[in-house]
Each structure stands twice: as structure tokens, then as C-alpha cells.
Design a protein around this ligand. Structure first.
Ligand SMILES: Cc1ncc(COP(=O)(O)O)c(C=O)c1O
Length: 384
């Protein structure tokens, strides 16, 4: 009888996570080896050297490709290493159109590192498809998107941007870190590659860094496998195993993140000290309808406006259940201050232009009991 793997949770638990053929172990073994013994010259079991391939890594790459609906999913040492790998598929003289409100580390990599190698970048508000169209040049090779964006929670219309880019022979790469493949699968809307910081929801437990590029074409997979071998920014077997373990509970975690996220967003939107809430699940979010079409949940990333740096600091000093920390997507609620943390590097002028204020606070709602999260926010906001 063929096993049915049609459901997302089933695939998360079983694809690439089959019992070990040698021992029957139901948890994928970790192979902490740098090299593999060979029987004779050129005769081996498919593994020669661990920068090139590792059985634990193979299992994770198979699993993540299945979850996003791609053909391969090479993993890297961090989300930034994955994004860097995508960019190094380009060559000097190529142009990239990117969202103006990406995770701060992405434009830092583009402007302060890759621009030195002859790549050029134009940043636009990708919530308006026309802006993307206007920014396209003769040498544009890639459109790089985040949806929802970090931290303003603006959405891009994936189908429309993919259609217009493909008509011009341009590939679209989507950073899907905020939603995870459980709530959004950009390949279904035409994306050519999907990247993740697996550090976030895919790992889910704030205990390891990692990144992945999910490919839709064998040529992309070949180029990236070659890059893993040449540049070596691969993910260690132990970190691969942490993600394999994390994704087994991705479906249930995301459901709980989403339930808690909706309640926290609703609470914040009614709070007198909170001036604005950015969350695609709220009916007053300008792209709420697009969110319902493109995502199957709203997730747990919320930004809100406290009015000033002083107000933000007053409340952030008081949180107890929420941890004041960078990062997101863990089981624990993390609360952060984009202007001085994730988006410090983009500079004050860019922050002002795109609307990241000093009073903005971002929360990654965890899966604790929601009343405890709400109680913590309540006592912290009382300090304003
Ligand atoms: C949306 C997004 N993409 C990429 C990254 C970079 O990932 P990493 O920290 O794993 O390098 C982050 C990190 O916060 C992120 O939030």
C-alpha cells in the first residue's frame, strides 16, 4: 500500500524523515563526519566530503523542498548565507529590484558587500505592483521580495509580480521567513526561488541558525549545490537535525502562533496607549483581502506604534513573559525594537522614508498561554 503524504503535517513529519534503513531509528541520525571512507579509487557510497554532502543534510533538504513545493532545497549556515548564495548566482552588471522594507540585514548585504562586486539594486515599495514594473531595467535579473515585510507587515501581490517579471524574463525570489510554508507557499503563485531564515519558524525553538533556498528548477539546484561546495557556507549536521526536529511540529506550532497572534493584535488594536497596529489579520489592514487570498493564516508577527522611543523603552523594560530580543518565530514570545535592533543598519533616513519610527515595537507572538502574554503586555503598557 502506498503511503499517502498529501497533508502538510504528514509531509513535515515523514518526507526525508523516514526511519533509518540501518537501525530503524525513527529520528534521522546525525552524521558528524567530515569525510567518508572509500572502498577503492572512485568507489564510495555517494558521499566523499562533508562540505559537498552529508546524509543528515540530504534528509533536511528533501523535507524542506517538499514543504515549499520545490525540486530541491540546499541549506546554508544562516538565512543571510542563503540570500548571499542567491545573489552570487548573478554576475557583475546585473540589477536587482528589491522591496524597500526588507529585513535590515538584506539591504546591508546588498549595499555594503555585493554592490562592491558590480551588482546594482533599486528599492521600491513592492506593495504596489506598478512600482516594481517602473523599477525594472534592461539588466534586471531578479526581483527580491518579502511578504509580509519586516516590520511594517506590508504585503506584495505575489501572482501579479511574478507574472510581470516572467513576461520580461526576470526571476522572482521570495523571503518566506515570516509565514513559513505552512501559511504561504510562494511557488504556488509563480516564485522561482524561496528563501528562509530557518532560524525562525522552521526551527521554531530559538536554538540554531540556518538558511535555505528552495529551487523550482534543476539548474538552480545544480548551481547552488556547486556553490555549497565552492563557497562552503553549509549547515552543520547537528543544526540540520534541529530543523528536522523543529518541522515535525511546524503545523501545530503555526496554528497556535496564529491563534495567539490574532488575539494579541486584537488586544493591541483596542489599547488606548497603542496608536497603530500592523497585522494583516486585522480587517482594517489595507491588504487584508490580499492576505486572505495569498496566505492561509495571518501568523504571529505584529508591529505596533507606542509614539516615541521613550514610550517604547518604558514598556520594553517591563516585559517579563515576553523577552526583549532580536529574532522571531520561536515558541517563546520575543519582543523587539526595530529602529535600534533589526533595522539599525539601514540608517535613520531610510527608516523615516519607509515608516519605521522610534516608537515602533515588533512582537513575535509565541505559543504560551495567550492570557499570560496579554497580561504581560497589559502591565508593560501601563508603564507608558
Ligand atoms: C525575514 C528575514 N530574512 C532573513 C533573515 C536573516 O536570517 P539569519 O539571521 O538566519 O541569517 C532574518 C533574520 O532576522 C529575517 O527576519
Amino acid at each position: 500500500m502506498t503511503i499517502q503524504l498529501s497533508g502538510f503535517a504528514t509531509r513535515a513529519i515523514h518526507v526525508g524523515q523516514e526511519p533509518d534503513p540501518l537501525t530503524g531509528a525513527v529520528s534521522v541520525p546525525i552524521y558528524p563526519t567530515s569525510t567518508y571512507a572509500q572502498e577503492e579509487i572512485g568507489k564510495h557510497k555517494g558521499y566523499e566530503y562533508a562540505r559537498v554532502s552529508n546524509p543528515t543534510r540530504d534528509r533536511l533538504e528533501t523535507n524542506l523542498a517538499a514543504l515549499e513545493g520545490g525540486v530541491a532545497a540546499p541549506v546554508f549556515g544562516s538565512g543571510m548565507a542563503a540570500i548571499n548564495a542567491v545573489a552570487t548566482m548573478l554576475k557583475a552588471g546585473d540589477h536587482v529590484v528589491a522591496g524597500h522594507n526588507l529585513y535590515g540585514g538584506t539591504p546591508r548585504l546588498f549595499n555594503q558587500v555585493l554592490a562592491n562586486f558590480g551588482l546594482t539594486f533599486t528599492y521600491v515599495d513592492t506593495s504596489d505592483v506598478d512600482n516594481v514594473e517602473r523599477a525594472i531595467q534592461k539588466n534586471t535579473r531578479l526581483v527580491f521580495l518579502e511578504t509580509p515585510t519586516n516590520p511594517l507587515m506590508e504585503l506584495c501581490d505575489l501572482r501579479a509580480i511574478c507574472d510581470l517579471s516572467h513576461q520580461r524574463g526576470i526571476e522572482v525570489v521570495v523571503d518566506n521567513t515570516f509565514m513559513s510554508p505552512y501559511f504561504q507557499r510562494p511557488i504556488e503563485f509563480g516564485a522561482d526561488m524561496v528563501v528562509h531564515s530557518t532560524t525562525k519558524f522552521l526551527n521554531g525553538h530559538s536554538d540554531g541558525l540556518g538558511g535555505v533556498v528552495v529551487c523550482t528548477k534543476p539548474e538552480q539546484a545544480e548551481k547552488l549545490a556547486f556553490l555549497q561546495k565552492c563557497a562552503g557556507a553549509i549547515l552543520s549536521p547537528f543544526e540540520c537535525w534541529l530543523i528536522l526536529r523543529g518541522v515535525k511540529t511546524l503545523a501545530v506550532r503555526m496554528e497556535q502562533h496564529d491563534r495567539n497572534g490574532r488575539q494579541v493584535a486584537d488586544y493591541l488594536s483596542k489599547h488606548k496607549k497603542v496608536r497603530k497596529v500592523f497585522y494583516p489579520g486585522l480587517s482594517n489592514h489595507p491588504q487584508h483581502e490580499l492576505a486572505k487570498r495569498q496566505m492561509s493564516g495571518f501568523g504571529s508577527m505584529i508591529a505596533f506604534e507606542t509614539g516615541s522611543l521613550e514610550n517604547a523603552n518604558k514598556m520594553l523594560r517591563k516585559v517579563r513573559v515576553c523577552s526583549l530580543a532580536e529574532s522571531l518565530g520561536g515558541v517563546e514570545t520575543l519582543i523587539s525594537h526595530p529602529a535600534t535592533m533589526t533595522h539599525a543598519g539601514v540608517g535613520e533616513e531610510v527608516r523615516r522614508k519607509i515608516g519605521i519610527t522610534d516608537g515602533m515595537v515588533r512582537i513575535s507572538v509565541g505559543i504560551e498561554d495567550v492570557d499570560d502574554i496579554l497580561g504581560d503586555l497589559d502591565q508593560a503598557l501601563a508603564a507608558i
